[in-house]
Design a protein around this ligand. Structure first.
Ligand SMILES: Cc1ncc(COP(=O)(O)O)c(C=O)c1O
Length: 454
């Protein structure tokens, strides 16, 4: 039998992990996850973990749904692969395209399939260029993004991202990608009223336009709520103002729904939560609940019609665009999310319960702010609550809290010192209670380590 030690040794010798300090991991030894069911994972040592992150913000439906396995097996037997390049398609790709046309906000009637959120955002960066070339405005190409945000790792997606190491390690961003400040009231809002701050944060786009000239700016990209940047929830005033500015300057609007989509913020899409009307929408993760890799770019009809009528052959696509097995699994996932009312229940009942229970943790001496919407939340840990002052980065307070959480059976992630939660949408009230107790315990143990009395 393969033991944990053997796996760790093989992993150390042969496996390079994403977003991981390899030397530190090799010293510690990897944790091997071997099975999962519902909202729980098990590791190779038999420890059970409550997955407060739904994998990487993606397993909306929970683990162990055999219907998805059966659909995948049946599709593999019938037609395991065919492409969508040369005037061909497969039934699952066609049916999923039609289903997404129904399910996503009005006007987003076309989809281009890819395999990851990064590829989908890369595709959008290229479509923006193609669109403005076709409109006879080849100078209108720059895409404005925000600091803190994560849009993926390919060259264009990493350029869109606003996290410093993703740029410095690879000499990015590429030309044509610029960043403005994020609507991060808790960290940057000072004494300002959150709604005033939200409007001002949006007007940073106007300032950037004035600096570069509207004739050079092709698009603005934003996640409705920033996930991996530390669950940054914008003030209500933010998105209306961003949309006003985009409309006034003829700038395309891209909503990255890789995390927010498929019920994470309550309604089916973050665009519905914030009344956003984008030209492009990025979808991935919850589209298949992570059971197989599949992503898509939803394209508004007003853009798609130009690409179709005047674009000729689109010189872009992936071998696995519209992969039949991935599309069949996505369709079954969507069927279950709708049929079992999973998104509706999380939006109306369990999401609000999750937020209410978390809000009570705001009294803890380490907690500066609890923020969230639907089934995603961030708990920002600070040294001085009144002054909203962070701990020194070197103290690694977030990582300490994450380690206590893991040791006590809960997967919770640390982004800087923001503790991040995004559980499967199927999580029930009793499991939420268990999650909250584990978070509270991790906070207490972290406070104890810091010499603070909870
Ligand atoms: C908002 C957002 N966009 C894009 C991506 C990239 O997706 P992927 O890892 O599938 O390439 C992520 C991944 O977490 C994300 O959170």
């Amino acid at each position: 039998m393969t033991t944990t030690a053997i796996w760790q040794e093989r992993d150390r010798e042969h496996h390079l992990h994403p977003f991981t300090d390899a030397r530190a991991l090799n010293a510690a030894g990897v944790r091997v996850i071997t099975k999962a069911d519902g909202v729980y994972l098990w590791d190779s040592e038999g420890n059970r973990l409550l997955d407060g992150m739904a994998g990487l913000w993606c397993v909306q439906i929970g683990y162990g749904r055999r219907e998805l396995a059966r659909v995948a097996a049946a599709q593999m037997e019938e037609l395991p692969y065919y492409n969508t390049f040369f005037q061909t398609a497969t039934p699952p790709a066609i049916d999923l395209a039609a289903k997404l046309g129904e399910l996503t906000p009005a006007g987003l009637g076309h989809v281009f399939f890819a395999n990851s959120g990064s590829e989908a955002n890369d595709t959008i960066a290229k479509m923006v260029r193609r669109y403005w070339n076709l409109r006879g405005r080849p100078e209108k190409k720059t895409i404005v993004s925000r600091h803190y945000v994560y849009h993926g790792v390919t060259m264009a997606a990493a350029s869109l991202s606003g996290l410093a190491p993703m740029h410095t390690q690879f000499d990015l961003p590429l030309p044509g990608f610029v960043h403005i400040d994020a609507p991060y009231w808790y960290r940057h809002g000072g004494d300002r009223d959150p709604e005033d701050f939200g409007r001002a944060a949006a007007r940073a786009l106007e300032t950037k336009i004035a600096e570069l000239g509207a004739e050079t700016i092709g698009a603005f990209i934003g996640e409705p709520v920033m996930g991996a940047g530390g669950v940054i929830v914008p003030p209500k005033s933010y998105w209306p103002e961003i949309q006003r500015i985009c409309r006034e300057h003829d700038i395309l609007l891209i909503a990255d729904e890789v995390i927010c989509g498929f019920g994470r913020t309550g309604p089916w899409f973050g665009c519905e939560t914030y009344d956003i009307h984008p030209d492009f929408m990025t979808i991935a993760k919850g589209l298949s609940s992570g059971y197989l890799p599949v992503s898509g770019v939803m394209v508004h009809d007003r853009v798609a019609e130009l690409l179709i009528a005047e674009g000729g052959e689109l010189a872009h696509g992936f071998t696995y665009s519209g992969h039949p097995v991935a599309c069949a699994v996505a369709l079954e996932n969507l069927r279950i999310l709708v049929y079992e009312g999973i998104v509706d229940r999380a939006g109306a009942e369990t999401g609000p319960y999750f937020q209410a229970r978390l809000a009570a943790l705001a009294d803890h001496p380490l907690v500066g702010e609890v923020r969230g919407v639907g089934m995603v939340a961030g708990i920002e840990l600070v040294e001085d609550k009144a002054a909203r002052r962070s701990f020194d980065e070197g103290r690694k307070v977030g990582a300490t809290c994450r380690d206590h959480s893991l040791a006590n059976g809960l997967v919770m992630r640390a982004v800087r010192d923001v503790m991040v939660l995004s559980p499967p949408l199927v999580i029930g009230r009793a499991e939420i209670d268990e999650l909250i107790a584990a978070v509270a315990r991790a906070l207490d143990l972290t406070a104890r380590d810091l010499g603070i009395t909870p």
